[in-house]
Write a protein that binds this ligand. Structure first.
Ligand code: FAD
Length: 538
């Protein structure tokens, strides 16, 4: 059996950071297992290409959730990257850390070392920001953050001005000291190319000789002897392989696959394991529970002035955008369609922002946004406004349904299960309407395409939300960090409760969902997790 010091499962957002940082220790041998293949394809590297990878079975796990009662018994489609770079290779690249209070919440839940002051150095450690060094940002880290404010569609300024008229502050930096308000998102690209953690961390690390990346390697089980993780079993090209981990096994499979692998290994809620026909090695009831996600809806508006639709829809527009990209790696192909947005309080008396906003100068009503035909927007001028509650309170769960590692687990998001989340759906819808009704945005709107101005009452707005709202692909929390093994999976050093030599380091350890997009905080968790491993083995 080949032996490594560390076996890391999953070369996604977190796994690429963890493997890279662990391999900085010269003597350490690191194996990184990835179920998918290479990320060296045009549609992954080209920023706008995430429209194409959304439904590509070759690089995407393509999960469908169970029917969701709160969404009129619709199923939700959950893309997850199955490729080097993981979901960070197929995401929309928006760089948002979350609100400082999110991390203070984590600490208050019994996780010392995870308050905002503790985690800020790890956000900075990964960062190479366009703006250089400051108290909140850093230059010279592996992962580039691009300020696109000078390049976004001019309508973003119209959106910001309307929000200002409504009383919201404008901010230049959602990740800075004045992070609340409306403005333009920063994105993870470098010179017009996606800055996934695969590009930023793993690629340079592979030049060191002590890290080995094994692609098309599906981990099927953590090997456990005497309460200690000793290695990993995986399949590759039909062959069963086992590798030994001298020091630790680290799961970085993401919010669905890390708990899945624990369960396949007999670590989980005994009732879930029994139902799937897996023998219990270590009962840990919180595995797969506490699933949280952001649920959003978009409102579409016809516009008097041209939008990105007019640039991208015509054939000549696509050609021009392509030539522009080839010329200077700029233009709309070098960005996400999520350009403007914000973190705002929907009412008085709230201690912190409760709503995240998106403004995209583009619309997809003829091909739904969920179909992700990003280069084929509507053939008329239009844009979209969107919101999600920052910290939904509903919690779902996931569990394996069979001992077969190839079988997709059952996912129950349980959206809109609390009165708070239902109330937020109406509050957010009203907020979008107020924005659209405020000049200068109101001046350019000729019609509301969806849901339509005849949808007016709270009941109608909620019914529309139930009919159209969907995930923004931020599942977290299924291997939650916490001090008590009855309600958490890992401790504050990300060690699995009750099994030594085993950690989970990815979005699944978030004890609560952060207020914004989840990639940047996952990178932070990975930086901090890798640092803790290195400290513990010093
Ligand atoms: C379409 C989409 C758009 C998004 N947009 C944004 C955005 O704009 N901004 C933002 O901040 N966040 C965004 N996100 C969310 C963000 O990308 C994720 O939160 C983040 O990537 C999670 O990282 P992770 O390391 O936990 O998991 P992942 O990045 O999903 O990595 C898990 C890796 O483990 C591998 N793996 C799983 N099981 C096994 C196994 N058994 N054996 C071997 N390998 C395995 C997977 O193939 C994958 O490569 C988006 C996500 C999606 C899907």
């Amino acid at each position: 059996m080949e032996r490594f010091d560390y076996v890391v499962v999953g070369a996604g957002t977190a796994g690429c950071v963890v493997a890279s940082r662990l391999s900085e220790e010269p003597g350490a041998r690191v194996l990184l297992l990835e179920a998918g293949g290479s990320d060296r394809t045009l549609w992954i590297q080209l920023p706008i290409g995430y429209g194409r990878t959304f439904f590509d079975r070759k690089i995407n796990w393509m999960y469908d959730t169970d029917l969701v009662p709160g969404l009129n018994f619709r199923s939700s489609y959950w893309p997850r990257g199955r490729v080097v770079g993981g979901s960070g290779s197929i995401n929309a690249m928006v760089y948002v850390r979350g609100r400082p209070e999110d991390f203070d919440d984590w600490r208050a839940l019994g996780n010392p070392g995870w308050g905002f002051a503790d985690v800020l150095p790890y956000f900075r450690k990964s960062e190479d920001h366009d703006w250089g060094d400051s108290a909140f940002h850093a230059a010279g880290g592996p992962m580039h953050v691009t300020d696109i404010s000078g390049r976004v569609h001019p309508l973003c300024a119209t959106f910001v001005e309307a929000a200002r008229q409504l009383g919201f502050a404008a901010t230049a930096d959602f990740n800075g000291p004045e992070g609340e308000g409306v403005g333009v998102y920063q994105i993870n690209t470098r010179a017009g190319v996606r800055a996934s953690t695969a590009n930023a961390f793993l690629r340079p690390a592979l030049n060191r000789r002590n890290v080995k990346l094994e692609t098309r390697a599906l981990a099927t089980r953590v090997l456990i002897e005497g309460g200690r993780a000793t290695g990993v079993a995986y399949t590759r090209h039909g062959r069963e392989v086992s590798v030994a981990a001298r020091r630790e096994v680290i799961l970085c499979g993401g919010a669905i696959n890390s708990p899945q692998l624990l369960q396949l290994s007999g670590i989980g809620d005994p009732a879930d394991l029994a139902a799937a026909g897996v023998a219990v090695r270590h009962g840990l009831p919180a595995v797969g529970k506490n699933l949280a996600d952001h649920l959003a809806v978009s409102y579409f508006y016809r516009s008097r002035t041209p939008t990105l639709n007019d640039e991208l829809r015509p054939l000549w527009g696509k050609v021009r955008a392509g030539l522009r990209y080839l010329w200077d790696r700029g233009g709309p192909l070098a960005m996400s369609v999520n350009q403007g947005g914000g973190f705002v309080r929907s009412g008085a008396g709230l201690g912190r922002p409760d709503m995240q906003l998106y403004f995209s100068p583009v619309s997809y009503t003829q091909t739904p946004l969920a179909a992700r035909k990003l280069l084929n927007p509507d053939p008329f001028s239009a844009f979209l406004l969107s919101f999600n509650a920052c910290r939904p309170t509903s919690r779902g769960d996931m569990a394996i349904v069979s001992p077969d590692p190839r079988r997709a687990p059952r996912i129950r998001p349980n959206y809109l299960a609390t009165a708070q989340d239902v109330a937020d759906a109406v509050t957010g819808a009203r907020l979008l309407r107020r924005l659209a009704g405020t000049r200068p945005l109101a001046d350019i709107i000729t019609d509301e395409i969806l849901p339509g101005f005849d949808v007016k009452t709270d009941e109608d707005l909620l019914a529309d939300f139930r009919a159209r709202a969907d995930t923004v692909y931020h599942p977290v929390g299924t291997c939650a960090m916490g001090p008590d093994a009855r309600g958490a999976v890992v401790d504050s050093r990300l060690r699995v409760h009750g099994v030594s030599g085993l950690r989970v380091i990815d979005a699944s350890v978030f004890p609560t969902i952060t207020s914004g997009n989840t990639n940047a905080p996952t990178v932070m968790v990975a930086e901090k997790g890798a640092d803790m491993i290195r400290q513990d083995w010093k």
